[in-house]
Design a protein around this ligand. Sequence first.
Ligand code: NAD
Length: 357
Amino acid sequence: MSKNILILPGDGIGPEIVEQAVKVLEAVRQKFSLDITTDRALVGGAAYDAEGDPLPESTLEKARQADAILFGSIGGPKWDAIERDKRPERGLLRLRSSLGLFANLRPAILFPQLADASSLKPEVVSGLDILIVRELTGGIYFGEPRGIREENGERVGFNTDVYAESEIRRIARVAFELAQVRGKRLCSIDKANVLEVTELWREIVTEMASDYPDVDVSHMYVDNAAMQLVRAPKQFDVMVTGNLFGDILSDEAAMLTGSIGMLPSASLDENRKGLYEPCHGSAPDIAGQDIANPLATIMSLAMLMRYSLNRVDVADAIELAVEKVLESGLRTADILTEGCEKVGTDAMGDAVVRMLS
Ligand code: NAD
């Protein structure tokens, strides 16, 4: 049956990096005779400029109909001063929550060819392969009440960190199942010594462990996890955590690999429909200069093939092509090291396509 992929390039470097992933998609469509159709729509600042809304109804409708979404990035200084509800980031948050994309998968993999690009010693990070599973539609980013109010003659800001048992169970289930097909180790991150909401989180993960006897489960406080990620990151296989802690820890893990330009992500719903995007933002400082690294977006396409289209073979082929490109010594500016050849965004996309054939 034909699968439909919605392409949402977004703002800043979004359109240039997505274009490279589209080239790769075209190449694998031919190589593997995939029955895939694509569609495009506006999102973020580009959608606000065109239609006054960062997530127009027409875009949301196409997203609902699609089997998977390939997303670039949104935002930029041009839209920083507009009203909060119309900002590009709101469009992405609304898209995630409207589609029920509650599970955010962020792998941090260090290709051996890039061990020198990390700020940590090569022996600490070489061969690193972590998967962070972050809850994406609950917790303090969405909890009510929230706001800024007057109290005793001054302004008070407040948010609510809240997780229902069912929300904890469904994200933990995703993490347990992924641990089963990886290294069979799951570390749940919380702050159960201080926050009741994560006390419940720990209780439920502990309870669920008996359903997954093949997975070795541990628990760690978030402050220790932040420390362990830079001290000895290879101790982790799959990490599962809530929205706020996951946001911070996954960026930290990203930097272990040397460049944020190398990291893909997936956000999945209950049926594995997903939105796939690089972990980085729209990088307005380098937009339009043909210097952005497109590999995170290309590897997001690989994740799309693996998780939403069930084509592990295609995902493996894309990841292998990326590795071969790195092996051949080609680098975009953000991952350039001595002795390698610097190439632009477009040339990097072409190189991956060449390695596929
Ligand atoms: P950023 O990730 O866009 O950029 C941080 C730094 O990393 C910059 O120096 C940038 O040049 C560099 N960088 C990012 N991606 C790169 C790539 N592919 N290749 C080479 N270098 C790359 O983060 P920021 O500067 O904090 O945010 C810029 C804008 O992006 C803001 O408007 C922010 O709201 C938005 N943002 C969007 C998303 C998203 O679309 N999911 C995520 C984070 C930030």
